[in-house]
Design a protein around this ligand. Structure first.
Ligand code: FES
Ligand code: FES
Length: 160
């Protein structure tokens, strides 16, 4: 099948890419554009390992056609580091709280947590759990993941 051109913003940079119109967003991001934070987990929208933000909202990129991001804004974990390669507060919190075991699920959890930590609303631990309920950790470190998200949200609100 002929490739089709899409134009979109990826990690703050305008990009043009020729893609197979049948390809999923995770295939294009990981296999074609080498953004390896985007994990191929279940590939059927069940585990959240492939989560990226599209126009600020988390989506399972394995069940989202790449062609749909034409004209949109896509953010992956790679887009969270600053210009000097310094990691973001939420990434540091995952390290500090011991919320990373094998690490396979971690990029997806962090991407799902962004709307929580960027919201003006204060989420309870129960609400945080609900918001990240589409992400599975096979190493089952959920307490520490919630700790990292809660800590980052609080720090941002207090301006630390
Ligand atoms: S790999 Fe996409 S939801 Fe599991
Ligand atoms: S840290 Fe291993 S799957 Fe979550």
């Amino acid at each position: 099948m002929d490739k089709q051109k899409i134009t979109f913003t990826l990690n703050h940079v305008r990009r043009e890419e020729y893609i197979d119109p049948r390809a999923s967003l995770s295939e294009v991001l990981r296999d074609q554009m080498e953004l390896t934070s985007v994990k191929h987990g279940c590939n059927v929208g069940e585990c959240g390992a492939c989560t990226v933000l599209v126009d600020g909202e988390p989506f399972n990129s394995c069940i989202y056609l790449a062609i749909w991001v034409d004209g949109k804004d896509v953010l992956t974990l790679e887009g969270l580091t600053d210009i000097d390669g310094k990691i973001s507060d939420i990434q540091q919190a995952f390290i500090d709280e011991g919320a990373v075991q094998c690490g396979f699920c971690t990029p997806g959890f962090i991407m799902s947590s962004l709307p929580i930590i960027e919201s003006e609303k204060t989420f309870s631990r129960e609400e945080i759990r609900k918001q990240i309920s589409g992400n599975f950790c096979r190493c089952t470190g959920y307490e520490t993941i919630v700790n990292a998200i809660e800590k980052t949200a609080k720090a941002r609100k207090s301006g630390k």
